[in-house]
Design a binder for this molecule. Structure first.
Ligand code: GDP
Length: 297
């Protein structure tokens, strides 16, 4: 399970401080040193760790702890709040367009889980929000990708708009939105092409689709298992496309957690959903607060 190592380490650090009736500066120093090492080992971005530790230190030797009746617990609360804040604090909501359909563009590198996540998101919107999504196959370079989305659509009993590989992705996206209007779909989820690496062709095409359909959400799907790479990919996609959010997949694996803890701080864009397995119902809204609680126990 994700974060196991980090959780173990942070929890044993917190145990040392929990019952303290007084927290000295030395205690704080030791605690933040251990937290710092644990986060670095979990592959959290170096600068992110530095800023976080600075904030924790300031608050942990500050008034809110000194004046608390249970200083040890107050320190833990501070760490929990700062971890949650780091991951975005409040849970982010999915956009709703003033006039339907709401258009969501799914982007990401090949293998990150984009097609699976498109299906999961459609399923989530139907099940939890009572919506009627239309899935759109816009990866015209890999026939297998189109087949895969169609299979996902069949599994969910949900329509998939596809035009094979001869029509341009921009035209596919535009036509799909027209069809969605006619058939009263309130969400359009466009599964765009992925590549093995971030490259100019990929970005150029995504920019064209963005300009043509003006999406309400541009999600980047990234694989949490790839750690700092996920953060770097998120930075490049965000620079080029101005993402509205990130979906972190494979959080069910034994990822060290660095990506989850760095992406918001590095890109400024929230993680909106987390993929928790291969099945189409294994997508969860990302909740920074409960994630921080899970890590700190
Ligand atoms: P794409 O190339 O980005 O469209 O990626 P796919 O949707 O084809 O997914 C690549 C692989 O990752 C597939 O085997 C998926 O089943 C798997 N996958 C996607 N999301 C998750 C997840 O949240 N957890 C796990 N364990 N596997 C996932």
């Amino acid at each position: 399970m994700a974060f196991e190592g980090l959780a173990d380490r942070l929890q044993s650090t917190m145990k040392k401080i929990t019952g303290k009736g007084k927290v000295s500066e030395q205690d704080v120093k030791e605690m933040t040193r251990e937290v710092r090492l644990a986060l670095l080992e979990a592959d959290v971005n170096f600068k992110v760790v530095k800023d976080l530790i600075k904030r924790i230190k300031e608050r942990a030797v500050g008034q809110e702890v000194m004046e608390s009746l249970t200083p040890g617990q107050q320190v833990i609360k501070v760490v929990k709040e700062e971890l949650s804040e780091l991951m975005g604090g409040e849970q982010s909501k999915i956009a709703v367009a003033d006039r339907p359909p709401t258009v969501i563009m799914m982007t990401g590198l090949q293998g990150a889980g984009k097609t699976t996540t498109s299906g999961k998101l459609a399923n989530h919107l139907r099940k939890k929000h009572n919506r009627k999504p239309l899935l759109v196959a816009a990866d015209v370079y890999r026939p297998a990708a189109i087949d895969q989305l169609e299979t996902v659509g069949q599994q969910l009993d949900m329509p998939v708009f596809s035009k094979g590989t001869d029509v341009s992705p921009v035209d596919i996206a535009k036509e799909a939105i027209e069809q969605a209007k006619e058939e009263h779909h309130d969400y359009v989820i466009i599964d765009t092409a992925g590549r093995l690496h971030v490259d100019e062709d990929l970005m150029g095409e995504l920019e064209q689709i963005k300009a043509a359909v003006i999406p309400d959400e541009i999600f980047l799907v990234v694989d949490a298992m790839t750690g700092q790479d996920a953060v770097n990919v998120a930075e490049s996609f965000n620079d080029q496309l101005e993402l509205s959010g990130v979906v972190l997949t494979k959080l069910d694996g034994d990822t060290r957690g660095g990506a989850a803890l760095s992406i918001k701080a590095v890109t400024g864009k929230p993680i909106k959903f987390a993929g928790m397995g291969e099945k189409l119902d294994q997508l969860e809204p990302f909740r920074p607060e409960s994630m921080a609680s899970r890590i700190l126990g």
